[in-house]
Design a protein around this ligand. Sequence first.
Ligand code: NCD
Length: 308
Amino acid sequence: MSEIRHLIDILDLSVEEIDALIALGERIMDDPAAYADKCRGKIMATLFFEPSTRTRLSFESAMLSLGGSVLGFSAAANSSAAKGESVADTIRTVSAYSDIIAMRHPKEGAPLVAAAKATVPVINGGDGGHNHPTQTLTDLLTIQRRKGRLHDLTVGFCGDLKFGRTVHSLINALARYQGIKFVLIAPEELKVPSYVKKDVIQKNGLPYEQTTDLEAVMPELDILYMTRVQRERFFNEEDYLRLKDSYILTPDKLRGAKSDMTILHPLPRVNEISTAVDDDPRAGYFEQVRCGRFIRMALILKLLNIAE
Ligand code: NCD
C-alpha cells in the first residue's frame, strides 16, 4: 500500500504539486461532467469542531460533485467531543467509516495529531489561528485565474494578520514563488506573528513593507487580501470592539488602486468590505468561493490517488 498523504500545512505540498493541483482545478472547472463519477463509492467525513459555512460545504459539494458521499458533524457539541472524547479516538473511529477526512478544530495542531492516528488521508480545514491550507489552494487558483500568474505580484494583506490563519498559510505558499512582495497592513496589535515574519519572510530575504495605512500603499498592490478581525480568538471583548473596524474598504478608498487589482477575502465578511464594493470588477471574493469547490475536487482526487 502506498503511503497515506495528508494536507496539514501548505508546505506538505511542493510547488510543483500545487501548480499541478491548480491546473487540475481549472480542467475540472472547464468540464465538471468528466469528473462526476471519479469518487463513486468513496466516503468523505467532515469533522468540524468549529463553525464553518464555505469550507465544510465546499468539501461536501466537492465530494458529491465527484460522485462520492459525505457524512460528519458541524459542531463539537454534536459529537462525542462533548463527552470528553479525544481527537485521537474520534479520528480512529471515523477512519473506520470513511475514505478521507476533512477536519476543522479550534486548537492549533489538532489536525496533525489526527493525521498521526488516521488510517485515511486527513485534510486540515483550519486549526485555530494557525493554518488553513485548502483556503490557500482556493486563493492561489483565484489569483491564477484573475492575474494569469502566481509570480511577480505585490500582495497586500489587511486586517487581522495575527489570528488570521488564511493569511499565514497564503504567505507561506506565495513565499516560494518568484518576485513576490508582501505589504502587511494591520493595527499594531494585530501584526503577523513572528513565526511568519521572521521564519518565512525575513529568513527567505523577501521584500516586505509593514504599515497601518491602507490608502497609502493601495496604488502598489496587485492583490488586496482583506480579512475579518477574528473575534473568537481574542482574550477580551473590549480589545475586539476597539479593533474590529480598523479597516473598512469602500469605493472611495479604492480610488488610488490599480484598475486591474484583485480584491480577495476568505469570507465570512463582517464589516471590512462595504457591500458597495461588490459590484466593482476588482472584487474577486465571490469568484474565490466558486474556486474553492473545484480546487477541493482536485485535492480529493490527488489524496485518494484517483487518476484523472
Ligand atoms: C476563514 C477561516 O475559517 O479561517 N474562513 C474560511 O474558511 N473561508 C476566515 C475567517 O473565518 O475569517
